[in-house]
Design a binder for this molecule. Structure first.
Ligand code: HXC
Length: 519
């Protein structure tokens, strides 16, 4: 073959590889409203930045006549490129080749790109669209999955790992995304389950749709498996690019600083009256977040799951910051099993990747009742406590209103190594709310009063006495548990100042193999 012919051959082979499983299957993918693996990567990365690797890899399976059916690339596209100029590594399963099913060689390709991401200290993004283990291959496919899982585990806390689910993700295949930091699902076509509806029906008799069993709606509200729920793939890709902008490349770096055009001393008068006079009235904590963050921008994580706590990323003077905030507008902002787990995982992510944490507190306590106790609120609440207490990143806390009992200790209190703990004048820091306290302290005295009017008056007097003493931030401030009581409208400035002061913070935990967080 002449050299000219060799170049022509290369060009033809590349064109062939780019067709994956063929035009017919690409058309079928499009007809379902899905993009192909390469189209997805092109949308995700900066234009022209993608460098593909292993385009000529084919499978080695000879079972069931598979040796006669080979496709260049073998069901996954891997490589690296940039997002806003920053390096990332990617793999995207190609459903047009054996339904994106995982073969031995596909696993080798995914492992290769994961190893490169680790070596280079850059985020890895996986786009999942697969029928699971390649059935014809059997155990080599299973071994391939386990190789990927091990890499997910070792990369955890070293480089950010993001999983987009743009198609099926079933069986043991779910565990690779589950081991990553963030999972994103689209409204349609995206589902995750350990066993599908047919197996569920045959084993348990339960009839359930794919959507109800493992769709984006379910995983973003009930199970919490999915962190982001988006309308379609384009929105998902945009979300991933946005998320990456808040993250460092790896655990030894800081998140990029973005130039801040929002004045750091911007006052927001509305904050002075955002907390209602009636302590039982809700308000939307998201309004507070938008009011204090740079340009009002907030990337919420787990938006539809455990809505009594809010977590997500914002910037303060251009610095990426994790926000954890009780949400009085949902279940009064109470802490329960789900909200504790949700916040704990987010805090640990921030701590692993050097992202400071701002905590906004308005919490009436832990949710009481047998439901929560049976579900293990003790262990789950301990996770949140553990995550805060273990975190060594800068931690700034602002208590807006209620901060009662164990929940007070948990929510980044001074004693859990909160660096700067501020309170609004509306803060109430106590063992419990006034009504509950008076019932416990004065129950016997109250029961002895026969006249209803006198009884009511006595209760009101004692309640007011309690409120005067505890329903304010000054008792805590008198002990130094609160560093300062701040004017609400000045919160943005005080928070920015605090994080600026904390930029040189150095804190380490005792040497150990690893901690034993109450899982
Ligand atoms: C080999 C597969 C495949 C698989 C799909 N295909 N899944 N080939 N191994 N696992 C092929 C099909 O034969 C078909 O080939 C093409 O991919 C598209 O599949 P369709 O069924 O036509 O597509 P669709 O109707 O969209 O259905 C998608 C699907 C279905 C729901 C994913 O294909 C399916 O149920 N597949 C099997 C899923 C499964 O049971 N996997 C094993 C799970 S156990 P042609 O040539 O027609 O285009 C597992 C263990 C992992 O994964 C353990 C890890 C520890």
């Amino acid at each position: 073959m002449e050299n000219k012919e060799k170049v022509k051959q290369l060009i033809e082979l590349r064109a062939q590889a780019k067709l994956g499983g063929g035009q017919k299957r690409i058309d079928s993918q499009h007809s379902k409203g899905k993009f192909t693996a390469r189209e997805r990567i092109d949308m995700l990365l900066d234009e022209g930045s993608f460098e593909e690797l292993d385009m000529f890899v084919t499978h080695r399976c000879t079972n069931f006549g598979l040796e006669k059916e080979k496709y260049l690339g073998d069901g996954v596209v891997i490589g690296h490129g940039t997002i806003d100029g920053r390096s990332v590594y990617v793999f995207a399963q190609d459903f047009t080749v054996f339904g994106g099913s995982l073969s031995e060689t596909m696993a080798l390709k995914i492992c290769k790109v994961m190893d490169l991401a680790m070596k280079m200290g850059a985020p890895i993004i996986g786009i999942n669209d697969s029928g699971g283990a390649r059935i014809q291959e059997g155990v080599t496919a299973l071994a391939g999955y386990a190789e990927i899982f091990e890499r997910n585990i070792l990369a955890s806390g070293v480089i950010p790992q993001i999983s987009a689910i743009f198609g099926p993700c079933a069986g043991g295949a779910v565990y690779s995304p589950a081991l990553t930091d963030f999972i994103l699902m689209t409204e349609e076509n995206s589902y995750m389950f350990v066993t599908g509806p047919k197996v569920v029906k045959s084993v348990t008799g339960e009839t359930i749709s794919t959507e109800d069993l493992g769709g984006a709606g379910m995983h973003s509200s009930k199970s919490g498996v999915s962190h982001f729920r988006v309308d379609n793939e384009e929105a998902g890709i945009a979300k991933i690019r946005d998320l990456i902008s808040y993250l460092p490349q790896n655990n030894l770096e800081e998140a990029p600083m973005i130039e801040c055009n929002d004045p750091i001393d911007r006052l927001d008068d509305a904050l002075n009256s955002i907390v209602p006079d009636n302590p039982n009235m809700p308000y939307d904590m998201k309004n507070v977040i938008h009011a204090i963050a740079d340009n009002g921008e907030f990337l919420e994580v787990h938006e539809g799951y455990a809505r009594n706590i809010i977590v997500g990323f914002a910037r303060f003077n251009g610095q990426s910051t994790g926000i954890v905030a009780n949400q009085p507008a949902f279940l009064a902002g109470v802490l329960d099993c789900d909200s504790s787990r949700k916040a704990a995982r987010f805090i640990r992510f921030c701590d692993a990747f050097n992202i400071p944490i701002l905590t906004l507190v308005d919490v009436p306590g832990f949710l009481p009742g047998s439901g929560q106790e049976y579900a293990g609120i003790i262990t789950h609440g301990a996770k949140l406590m553990f995550a805060y207490g273990e975190a060594t990143v800068p931690k700034v806390t602002v208590t807006l209103r209620k901060s009662y009992g164990g929940a007070h200790c948990v929510m980044s209190s001074k004693q859990l190594r909160g660096d700067f703990n501020y309170a609004w004048p509306t803060a109430e820091i106590a063992v419990m709310g006034a009504a509950g306290a008076i019932e416990v302290l004065e129950g016997r005295a109250i029961s002895k009063i026969e006249d209803p009017e006198a009884k009511a008056q006595y209760v009101a007097e004692k309640t007011n006495e309690y409120k005067d003493k505890f329903a304010n931030p000054y008792m805590a401030a008198s002990y130094g548990y609160i560093d300062d009581v701040i004017e609400p409208r000045n919160t943005r400035f005080r928070v920015i100042r605090a994080f600026q002061a904390l930029q040189t913070k150095k804190q380490t935990n005792p040497l150990k193999k690893h901690s034993n967080i109450p899982l």
